[in-house]
Structure formats: structure tokens, C-alpha cells
Design a protein around this ligand. Structure first.
Ligand SMILES: [Zn+2]
Length: 415
């Protein structure tokens, strides 16, 4: 009797690990689509993914049917600004100048939740745009479980060349907050990289080109030696740098300097894209930002011919696809509404990318490029970041508009 009592007591003390078996119609594992697969989640990890017949598990689990649905890895948004909201609500200048960091943080909390509910379980946030290190604090509060939101990789304030960034339009006697930290020369650049890394930036964002005056075309900003110094400082600290660049020369300097991704890349040529491919630099095309900005200016998509900006972007994106450079899914969300991340996927497909490739980009490709070794795939031992959509997004990318199930780190947020 005593022995039985102690055995029972022992069994009661062994924690029973919560297990959930997900049974969808099909599974997109980050690479390809499988029919008749099931996925077992134990606590916060995937412990089985494959045909149900191969599931050897004596322990009990809770079963969840996802009828008519495709289960896939949580989406990894590659270019977001949680601290910005659509420019047709408030222009960028006014957000930076008139909205306090507190207001922007409160908005950011709402944006983080919307993103997660839209199936974005990881986000690379590319600059607080004048809100200091608010992105670092949003990340902390999400990790501490205070607010719901995606896993964040954050840039902090980002770095621009002195005089190159906005808000602009004031006489030289007026000091205004800037959208990023300005530096000139190697010494200042190195100091700022170290400051931002020390304050919690996961990587460094530099602006390799920008428009120097209103309505002017972009021109390179940093000298090669400044870019080289910033990238070397970041990499020697075990982190990395990425660059905003849209001119061929800005892109070339950033690539030669050793950045890991180029953001926008509107003016990319075949030579530049091939150079990126050769050096393993990813291209984040941010198609949805350009599309949104043209609409804000009055362009009626579908009823009017493509604007100059849109037709140029379509051409350069086509070149990028031909060059086989890695395409990073990232739409510059924040320029348009948070939670509408699917807009970038639809445009990638519309501009010529196979929907399967689009979904790979948004999962396994982004995970590889962002050094996320345990995310972006449905595979044994990977973290349980999983979403489901109705139907098959590989035959209809618009299915990504409605995410019906969201799990992050084994916790169900939407069902
Ligand atoms: Zn951006």
C-alpha cells in the first residue's frame, strides 16, 4: 500500500507535458505542400510532423481538427515599422514631429497585436523613425508577456548621414527631432553603431542613399569607408548590418561594405542583383509600400495605367527574379495598416513570383537570412510558431488575408 502510494505520488510530481495534435487538410512545411500530414506540438516545440501513420506516441494528446485548412509556419515579416501608422492618416513628418514617443508606443502596442493576429509570429522591425529605442522596449514587453505580439528583431533608431534624412523643410535655426541618428566620418559612425548595439538593437540599419532635397531623386549618402566601418563594427560585435538603398551606387557601396540585406532596391540593375546573389545579400523589395504611396497620391489601381514608379518597380523586380537573388518578404508595413502584411505577398505574386516561392520567402527563406535557426519551418524540434488559413494559399495567395489559427511559442492566440 505504502509503495503504491509513493509510486502515485511520484507520478503526480512528474509534470505532464501538454501535447496538441494538429490535423489540417494539408501542411506547407516552409518548403513544399504535404497532404495528410499531422503536426504534434509538445509545449513550445514541434515534436512530430509527417503522415499520421508514422506517429508513434503512446502518450495522450489533445487533438485539434483544422478542416479545410492549410497549416504553415508562422509568417516572418521582413520589413516593418511598428511605430508608424499609415501615411494617409498622418504624414510621416507629422508622426515624427507631433506624436510623442509615448503616443507612438501606445499605437505600437495595438500594431503588435494586430500583426500577431494576422499570422505574423516574427517581425524584423526596421527603425523606430524618431521614437528612439521604443522598439527595444516593445520587444521587451512582448518577451515578458505583458503584451501580445510577434517575436521581434529590432534596429533601434537606425543611422543616416548628416543632413540626409528628414523631417526637412525648416530653416537652419530650427532644431527638429530626426527620423534616425545622423553621423559623419568613421569615428562618429563607429561610436553610433556601438551605442545602438549597446542599447539593444539586434542589428544596424544604415541609409546608404536618400533624397537630399524635397522631390529630388535619391543619391548616395555615406562614403564607402563609412559604410565599411559601420559594418565591421557591427560584425565584430557578433551582429550584422542591413541597408536602405534604392540607387545602383548606394546599393553597390552597401553590398561591397558587407550588409546582409538591401531594403527597397528600386533602381537595382541586373549587374547589381547578380552581385547580391554572388555575395549572398538578400533583397527586400517592399512592393506594398510603393503601391500604398502611389495610391495615397491619388493613383487608382486597376482603373488607371501604372504610374512611373510602379512600372519601374515591376521591371526591377522582374530583373531581381531573373537574377535569382534571395527575395526577402517584407512590405514596409506601417506605411499601410498593420495586420495587412498579406498585401506584399499578393503584389509579389502579381509582379511575377510563384506563390509557392512567395510563401517560402515569408517563412524558410526569411528565417535563413535573419539567422533564425529554429523558425520558418514545420520540422521536428523547431519552435511551435504555426498558423492556419482556409483553403490552399499556393493556388490562391489571397487566402493569406484570413488567418484563422495562430500559435506562437506553443501558445494559441487565435482559434
Ligand atoms: Zn521602412
Amino acid at each position: 500500500m505504502r509503495t503504491i502510494f509513493f509510486i502515485l505520488l511520484f507520478l503526480a510530481m512528474v509534470p505532464v507535458k501538454a501535447q496538441l495534435l494538429l490535423v489540417p487538410d494539408q501542411v506547407f512545411d516552409g518548403e513544399i505542400l504535404h497532404s495528410n500530414w499531422v503536426v504534434l506540438v509538445t509545449e513550445n516545440r514541434i515534436t512530430f510532423a509527417g503522415p499520421i501513420a508514422s506517429l508513434k506516441n503512446s502518450r495522450s494528446y489533445e487533438k485539434k481538427e483544422l478542416k479545410g485548412m492549410t497549416l504553415m509556419p508562422g509568417i516572418i515579416e521582413g520589413h516593418s515599422h511598428l511605430l508608424l501608422h499609415p501615411y494617409n492618416e498622418t504624414e510621416w513628418n507629422d508622426q515624427v514631429l507631433k506624436e510623442s514617443p509615448v503616443e507612438r508606443a501606445i499605437r505600437g502596442v495595438v500594431h503588435a497585436k494586430k500583426s500577431l493576429m494576422a499570422g505574423i509570429t516574427t517581425m524584423r522591425d526596421l527603425g523606430a523613425e524618431g521614437a528612439g529605442y521604443t522598439d527595444v522596449y516593445l520587444k521587451k514587453t512582448i518577451e515578458d508577456g505583458i503584451i501580445p505580439g510577434p517575436r521581434l528583431l529590432v534596429a533601434g533608431p537606425a543611422i543616416v548621414a548628416t543632413g540626409a534624412y528628414g523631417p526637412k523643410g525648416f530653416h537652419d535655426g530650427v532644431t527638429v527631432p530626426l527620423g534616425a541618428e545622423p553621423v559623419s566620418g568613421k569615428a562618429e559612425a563607429i561610436r553610433e553603431v556601438r551605442t545602438q548595439l549597446g542599447n539593444g538593437a539586434n542589428f544596424i540599419k544604415i541609409y546608404a542613399d536618400y533624397r537630399w532635397g524635397k522631390d529630388e531623386p535619391s543619391q548616395p549618402t555615406f562614403l564607402q569607408e563609412e559604410i565599411d566601418a559601420m559594418v565591421a563594427t557591427a560584425t565584430s560585435a557578433g551582429r550584422y548590418a542591413i541597408a536602405h538603398a534604392s540607387t545602383p551606387e548606394g546599393m553597390r557601396r552597401a553590398i561591397l561594405g558587407g550588409v546582409e540585406t538591401i531594403e527597397h532596391g528600386d533602381g537595382g540593375t541586373m549587374e547589381i542583383f547578380k552581385m547580391m546573389k554572388e555575395k549572398g545579400v538578400g533583397l527586400c523589395p517592399t512592393l506594398a509600400a510603393g503601391d500604398a504611396i502611389e495610391r495615397y497620391k491619388g493613383w487608382k489601381k486597376g482603373m488607371e495605367p501604372d504610374t512611373d514608379r510602379i512600372s519601374k518597380k515591376k521591371k526591377s523586380f522582374k530583373l531581381a527574379l531573373e537574377s535569382e537573388v534571395d527575395i526577402v518578404f517584407g512590405g514596409d508595413v506601417g506605411v499601410y495598416s498593420h495586420g495587412e502584411n498579406y498585401r506584399e505577398m499578393e503584389l509579389m505574386a502579381e509582379y511575377g513570383m510563384q506563390p509557392l516561392k512567395v510563401l517560402q520567402s515569408a517563412t524558410s527563406v526569411n528565417a535563413r537570412i535573419f539567422h533564425l535557426d529554429e523558425l520558418g519551418r514545420i520540422q521536428k524540434n523547431f519552435l511551435a510558431d504555426l498558423i492556419a488559413v482556409e483553403g490552399n494559399p499556393i493556388t490562391d495567395i489571397k487566402k493569406m488575408r484570413k488567418v484563422t489559427f495562430v500559435m506562437k511559442d506553443g501558445v494559441v492566440y487565435e482559434d
